[in-house]
Design a protein around this ligand. Structure first.
Ligand SMILES: [Zn+2]
Length: 204
């Protein structure tokens, strides 16, 4: 697992997605929509390494403890600016039916490891998923947004919370993360995000 290397090429300055053209600072996805998050970072490129296999094990083969591999990258992770002044780490919530089906929320496992690395507490009850949504894979951008509409809500807001970092496994188009950031912004909470991996093609 140590052979997996962090993506070191050009990235979008907002969502950190790999950029083909180094002259661009922002990817086409970030240019074409309103981002409610400030900035995000994904360690690996999903399509290009063994990371895909690791994430599949974490998500679909009941091996959430594999997220511990992130500890190998702790020196790098704790220096990331997305954790600066961050009050809480918030795992992207799953609907309770989906948690029951899978047995766990992998993002919560990731958040716990990131908490160990950065010392930032995990806010488990801040954001909840109230609507059962279809899988986003294969949906067009418009359908993704419709699918996610009113899917999340704020449950408990701790005092003095200003800035959080959303935690998830894979960043694809970022619609889910953007929707969560939108809800939090309504409560004057700023969001960054961290994901283990990002897809290299935003259209897939
Ligand atoms: Zn971007």
């Amino acid at each position: 697992m140590e052979s997996m290397s962090i993506y070191k090429g050009c990235r979008c300055s907002l969502c950190s997605k790999p950029l083909r053209n180094a002259k661009n600072l922002v990817c086409s996805n970030c240019l074409s929509r309103k981002n409610y998050f400030n900035k995000g970072f994904s360690l690996f490129v999903y399509n290009e390494s063994n990371i895909k296999k690791v994430i599949e094990y974490i998500k679909f083969y009941h091996k959430p403890h594999l997220v511990k591999f992130l500890m190998h990258y702790s020196n790098f992770i704790k220096e990331l600016d997305i954790f600066e002044d961050c009050d809480y780490l918030i795992p992207i919530p799953m609907h309770r039916d989906d948690i029951e089906e899978r047995g766990y929320n992998q993002s919560a496992y990731i958040a716990k490891i990131i908490s160990k690395i950065t010392g930032i507490p995990v806010g488990f009850d801040i954001l909840i998923k109230t609507k059962k949504t279809k899988k986003q894979v294969g949906l067009k951008q418009k359908e993704r947004l419709k699918n996610l509409s009113r899917a999340f809500d704020v449950l408990k807001i701790p005092n003095n919370i200003r800035k959080i970092t959303l935690i998830d496994d894979v960043f694809t188009t970022g619609s889910t993360i953007n929707e969560c950031a939108k809800i939090l912004k309504r409560h004057n909470i700023e969001s960054n995000f961290f994901t283990i991996a990002t897809t290299s093609d935003i259209n897939e």
